[in-house]
Write a protein that binds this ligand. Structure first.
Ligand SMILES: [Zn+2]
Length: 233
């Protein structure tokens, strides 16, 4: 039996392992990319929240202005009864009237500010709904990827067990060579083309290499890249 054949079997298993490992590495990145997609909706919500805050602030401010003047009027009225002259009484009345006029203005401002709240509330609700909707899509995809990750990890464990079996059928020296090269060059075992070119690095091999490959004389490495060469039957 050729030295190469069991190595090709091992390489096929390793190629599946590499794909699985790649997928395992990629999944967290894909999940992060998904989360990134929510950025726009999150920012829109933050803007709507800020808008809501300042709209609410305008309402509160007007309210405080009204309240302050009402308290002032109450104080004036309390002192008014203690006044001695009619003139002083009139001055207080004027001051109260002035404050009441200001209250009217601030109340009107408050009403307008409350009207202004309505579209802002609407935009906020919309932004919340949009984010929730997008979050659900992302969550479900992230869940799906988690499921996929678990499945790949399980499959990987099975293939690794398969590999442990396959290794037993490989010539120890060939295995050592293969394992050393595996981390640097992939694939390790490649065909020597009919025209004598290594299918890994594309260097033309001397005729002697072709002869050894055809005769299946043990392990025949490429003169340039060191990959193990084999011929197509
Ligand atoms: Zn080569």
């Amino acid at each position: 039996m050729s030295v190469v054949q069991p190595l090709l079997g091992l390489q096929e298993i390793d190629s599946r392992i590499r794909e699985m490992q790649q997928e395992i590495r990629d999944i967290p990145q894909r999940q992060a990319q998904e989360q990134e997609r929510l950025k726009g909706a999150r920012e829109a919500l933050e803007r709507a929240q800020a808008e809501m805050k300042s709209a609410q602030l305008r309402v509160n401010e007007a309210e405080l202005e009204v309240q302050a003047r009402r308290e002032k009027i109450q104080g004036l009225k309390k002192n008014q009864v203690l006044l001695k002259t009619n003139k002083e009484f009139q001055i207080y009345n004027l001051e109260i009237a002035k404050l009441e006029g200001e209250i009217d203005n601030h109340e009107a401002r408050q009403v307008a500010a409350m009207d202004g709240l309505i579209p802002v509330k609407h935009r906020l609700a919309e932004a919340e709904a949009k984010l929730k909707e997008e979050q659900e899509v992302v969550d479900s995809y992230v869940d799906e990827l988690n499921g996929r990750l678990a499945a790949v990890n399980e499959a990987l464990a099975a293939v690794e067990a398969e590999r442990a079996e396959a290794v037993k059928g490989v010539d120890p020296k060939a295995l050592l060579y293969y394992e050393r090269l595996r981390t640097k060059r992939w694939p390790v075992v490649v065909t020597l083309q009919q025209d004598g070119v290594c299918n890994g690095c594309h260097l033309v091999q001397p005729p002697s290499v072709g002869q050894m490959v055809r005769r299946k004389q043990g392990l025949v490495p490429c003169q340039m890249c060191g990959r193990i060469l084999y011929g197509i039957e």
